[in-house]
Design a protein around this ligand. Structure first.
Ligand code: OSB
Ligand code: MG
Length: 369
């Protein structure tokens, strides 16, 4: 597949809800959107990095620079045999997995379309619908939280994840556990605790959480391994897993008994397949994370979630929860806690170009000379 041209955009989209986590409040997303063109086809990729490095270190502007000045010039006009070839081309450049993932995932889409197959089949998926839950931000009160949990359980979501931070943890989780004794419940700290907070975290053991997500440092494995030995509740890693190498070390150290996969955090689908293989052989269950994606990133995530190792509900919930109007034509909506995987070649979704135009703050088109 020869990449003939690329269009990179930055656009802004308002969220329908205020999303509060231990690292801040989000009311909109600034989105890097990449369209790759080749052989009369188009591949799509979406960046998940934000303006500010509050989740991981990458930023929208840093990624835009790398894509424009470094990564796209490496691949434009090149005939790449497959996505692994593209991955090898980007491999010498260190770090920046989110920036690499925008290009890598757009190329998987383009390549699958070249083969005339849906992406999930090319990735090795085994199902056409995937189990999903919801990630609920920190609410103003416990009563608000109970209402939000009740509403989403009634909609059929199969797991409730609550964002926590020191001071907003035991009390709210305990209230939800008491009101919904049978619910599959998890907590995501987004790195808000330190090992010294052990007594606070130990109290959560009585609430039968399915796992606690990323309690400690955003790049840490060692302290998570220490904490894991002292908690009955399994630890799930999110922020710290940025490559297959990190996943291998996390397994060796015992830093997490569950892994959150976000292909955009791991550098793309290729790296995610490697983590999937490692997790399968270590007996580590996987689930698909989310970064408040539009239909483009959401479709990519859905396709990857069809692999056999994804045995816990993902954060890939209905697009209508997030957006008044999504960037894609196809409605990505859950039914009874199951999300259908978009059909058709590649990721199976199509941009609403007039809407994309309206939301665009900046764009650049580059073609192979
Ligand atoms: O830690 O999983 C996270 C959103 C932005 C940044 C980090 C995270 C999240 C979510 C939202 O939990 C998941 C979603 O609904 O897309
Ligand atoms: Mg998380």
């Amino acid at each position: 597949m020869r990449i003939e041209a690329a269009e990179l955009r930055i656009l802004e989209l308002s969220l329908k809800f205020r999303f509060e986590t231990s690292f801040g409040v989000q009311t909109k997303r600034t989105i890097l959107l990449l369209r790759l063109f080749g052989e009369g086809l188009e591949g799509l990729g979406e960046g998940v990095m934000e303006r500010l490095p509050l989740y991981r270190e990458e930023t929208v502007m840093g990624a835009r620079y790398l894509l424009e000045e470094v990564f796209l010039p490496q691949v434009l006009g090149k005939d790449l045999a497959n996505p692994e070839g593209l991955r090898q081309t980007l491999a010498p450049f260190r770090g920046n997995p989110m920036a690499k993932a925008v290009l890598e995932m757009a190329f998987w889409d383009l390549w699958a379309k070249g083969l005339g197959k849906p992406l999930w089949q090319v990735l090795g998926g085994v199902r056409t619908r995937v189990e999903v839950g919801v990630s609920l931000g920190i609410q103003p009160t416990v009563a608000d939280t109970l209402k939000a949990v009740e509403r989403h359980l009634a909609q059929g979501y199969r797991r409730i994840k609550l964002k926590i931070r020191p001071g907003w943890d035991y009390v709210v989780l305990k209230a939800v556990r008491q009101a919904f004794p049978e619910a599959t419940l998890t907590a995501d700290a987004n790195s808000a605790y330190r090992l010294a907070d052990f007594p606070r975290l130990k109290r959560l053991d009585e609430l039968f959480l399915d796992y606690i997500e990323q309690p400690l440092g955003y790049d840490d494995l060692l302290d998570h391994a220490k904490l894991a030995r002292e908690l009955a509740t399994p630890i799930c890693l999110d922020e710290s897993l940025t490559s297959a190498e990190k996943a291998r070390k996390a397994i060796e150290l015992g830093a997490g008994r569950v892994f959150n996969i976000k292909p955009a955090r791991l550098g793309g689908h290729g790296e995610s397949l490697q983590v999937h293989a490692l997790a399968q052989s270590a007996g580590i269950p996987l689930w698909m994370g989310g970064m408040l994606e539009t239909g483009v990133g959401r479709a990519h995530n859905l396709h990857l979630t069809t692999l056999p190792g994804f045995t816990k509900p993902g954060d890939v919930s209905s697009a209508s929860r997030y957006w008044e109007e999504d960037l894609v034509e196809e409605a990505l909506e859950a039914e009874e806690g199951l999300m259908p995987v978009p059909e058709g070649p590649g990721i199976g979704v199509h941009l609403k170009l007039p809407l994309v135009e309206r939301l665009t703050l900046w764009q650049r088109y580059v073609s192979a000379s």
